[in-house]
Design a protein around this ligand. Structure first.
Ligand code: F6R
Length: 242
């Protein structure tokens, strides 16, 4: 596990974008696993800037996102599809037919998850998976206690995750209660993993996840067993481990 210390959020975003750029340059037809949430926003903005300068070409890239809320349409501003489209897809020359997220509007959870596992398998797996880190150690929507063996599955979101997500919704009642997410098994099968983390509020969980015991109670702790993980975190996020 390699830990790259960034000065601040902007520096973290630039460093992470550099790693993603390198992946695209080395393998133009790569499969990128992508994340939503606030942490990667700056990374996507940096990638868009480099694309606009002519330094990056997304024309052969395929993307698979970690997760999607169950029951939200793609047009819903809080859906992860909408987020990805706004932050990245609509701003670069990616072929939208090669951008995948779980189908939040598929009411049959088993079908939605099997379909998504099928898509990832048909792509030959993920070359580089980008992850954020939840305050409770979740990655994707894999919440504390969930089996490490899971592939894409439907989850009931915990109260703490719903509260953290509330800032994006008009009220707590509007926050979806379920989501489809890649499982830990799916995530661990990615060839390379890049985790972006920013802020003092993540310092405790950084310590528990990457310097503590490997346990389903801290889902991200399993990343300690992956052979190609790079963590790009700012000084504030790393403040409890040095
Ligand atoms: C997003 C996702 C989540 C977030 C995590 C951190 O697709 O799967 O695991 O990465 O909740 O979110 P932020 O970056 O908002 O702190």
């Amino acid at each position: 596990m390699k830990i790259i210390k960034a000065r601040d959020y902007n520096d973290m975003s630039r460093k992470a974008a550099n790693i993603i750029s390198a992946q695209i340059i080395m393998k133009p037809a790569c499969v990128l696993g992508l994340a939503t949430g606030s942490t990667p926003v700056g990374t996507y903005a940096q990638l868009v800037e480099w694309y606009q300068k002519g330094d990056l070409d997304f024309s052969e890239v395929t993307t698979v996102n970690l997760d999607e809320y169950k029951g939200l349409t793609r047009e819903n501003e809080q859906s992860y599809y909408y987020f990805m489209n706004e932050k990245l897809f609509s701003k670069v020359n990616i072929d939208l037919k090669r951008t995948f997220l779980p189908d939040g509007m598929e009411p049959d959870s088993d079908k939605a998850c099997a379909d998504y596992n099928g898509i990832i398998a048909s792509l030959g797996g993920v070359d580089l998976q980008l992850l954020g880190l939840g305050h409770n150690g979740h990655i994707g929507f894999n919440e504390p206690g969930m089996a490490f063996e899971a592939e894409t599955h439907c989850v009931n979101l915990t109260e703490s995750t719903m509260k953290a997500n509330q800032r994006f919704f008009a009220s707590m009642e509007d926050v979806p209660r379920q989501a489809y997410t890649m499982g830990i098994k799916t995530i661990m099968q990615a060839k390379k993993i890049l985790v972006v983390i920013s802020g003092e509020d993540k310092a405790d969980i950084v310590k528990r996840a990457f310097f503590g015991a490997i346990t389903p109670q801290v889902q991200a702790s399993i990343l300690q067993l992956h052979n190609d993980v790079t963590i790009v975190a700012d000084e504030a996020a790393l403040s409890k481990v040095e």
